[in-house]
Design a protein around this ligand. Structure first.
Ligand SMILES: C[S@@+](CC[C@H](N)C(=O)[O-])C[C@H]1O[C@@H](n2cnc3c(N)ncnc32)[C@H](O)[C@@H]1O
Length: 292
């Protein structure tokens, strides 16, 4: 029997050979999944002998990666903001840069007694559930066009114990908020909508083609969904905070529209770990409180 550290090295080499961009991380995630460990605890097991059964299950996952199927789908789970999310073909695999949206929203929610946050295009429910899990007084309305994504998001909310504070609604962008007469309740809005241009999608990694196309591509330019959402933001009378994930070349276009439709708001961008502008945050200044 081989030791885990040697199996990990072998898996990483094979993952690199089939085109994985993060072979070592993926090898470790496979091992954690098969051993039922949280990432981070693996270091304590590197010297253990690997049972043939576990090695065989690892082989099956490697075969799926050779077909360029996303690892999260092969494992049926992924990690986001330290939480485990069920993950399958019903929704996009949550990406690490989307954690920046959570940071921005949690900072804004801090110190508020209660807050109602809309998560538009919830997918796996990673933003909605993470915000609810990290702020016990937050109420979330999560929408998606896809019924399949919503069913997965609901499962995640149940599994994470936040289903009582997340309401799921189906429909186009903010339409479900209007239909349920909820526009007057929303104080904050987060959205990671599709923003990949058709040409970028066709030139992208093969893993993308296993994910729902509608979760990635909104139209030819990639800006369609974001623009449609931003133009309707003034219809949220109580909103004071908006955070949007954007593509690496979209900061100027989205910032300009935000400044146009929300003229009294402050708009800024935040960078991802690679130094690219990937989040636009808009906040409405608090009204000045008059002295009694
Ligand atoms: C990029 S994925 C993000 C999912 C999730 N928020 C995340 O960060 O992993 C975009 C999501 O928006 C949904 N979507 C696409 N167009 C939409 C629209 N017009 N209205 C509502 N949801 C939409 C897709 O079904 C998909 O679940």
């Amino acid at each position: 029997m081989m030791l885990l550290k040697d199996v990990l090295r072998q898996w990483a080499e094979r993952l690199r050979a089939v085109g994985s961009e993060e072979p070592q991380t993926e090898a470790r995630l496979i091992a954690c999944h098969l051993l039922g460990l949280e990432p981070g605890l693996l270091a304590t097991r590197l010297g253990m002998a690997v049972e043939p059964d576990l090695a065989a299950r690892g082989e099956m996952i490697l075969a799926g990666r050779a077909e360029r199927r996303p690892l999260a789908y092969l494992l049926g789970e992924t990690w986001f903001y330290g939480l485990r999310f069920r993950c399958d073909e019903r929704a996009l695999v949550p990406r690490p840069e989307t954690e920046l949206l959570v940071d921005a929203a949690l900072e804004w929610l801090q110190g508020r007694d209660e807050g109602t946050v809309a998560d538009i295009g919830t997918g796996t429910g990673c933003l909605a559930c993470t915000l609810a899990a990290n702020n016990p007084s937050a109420w979330i309305i999560a929408t998606d066009l896809s019924w399949e994504a919503l069913s997965l998001a609901r499962e995640n909310a149940e599994a994470l114990g936040v289903a009582d504070r997340v309401r799921f609604l189906q429909g186009d962008l903010m339409e479900p908020l209007f239909a349920a007469d909820l526009t007057g309740s929303v104080e904050a809005l987060v959205a990671n909508l599709p923003y990949v241009a058709e040409s970028e999608y066709l030139a992208g990694q093969p893993e993308l083609w296993h994910e729902p196309r509608a979760a990635l591509v909104p139209g030819p330019t990639g800006l369609e969904a974001l623009e449609n959402l931003v133009f309707r933001l003034p219809e949220l009378p109580r909103a004071r905070f908006v955070a949007l994930e954007i593509g690496a070349t979209q900061a100027e276009a989205i910032t300009n529209i935000l400044c146009e439709v929300l003229p009294s708001w402050q708009v800024c961008t935040r960078r991802d770990y690679a130094g690219l502008d990937r989040i636009v945050v808009a906040t409405r200044p608090e009204p000045e409180v008059e002295c009694p």
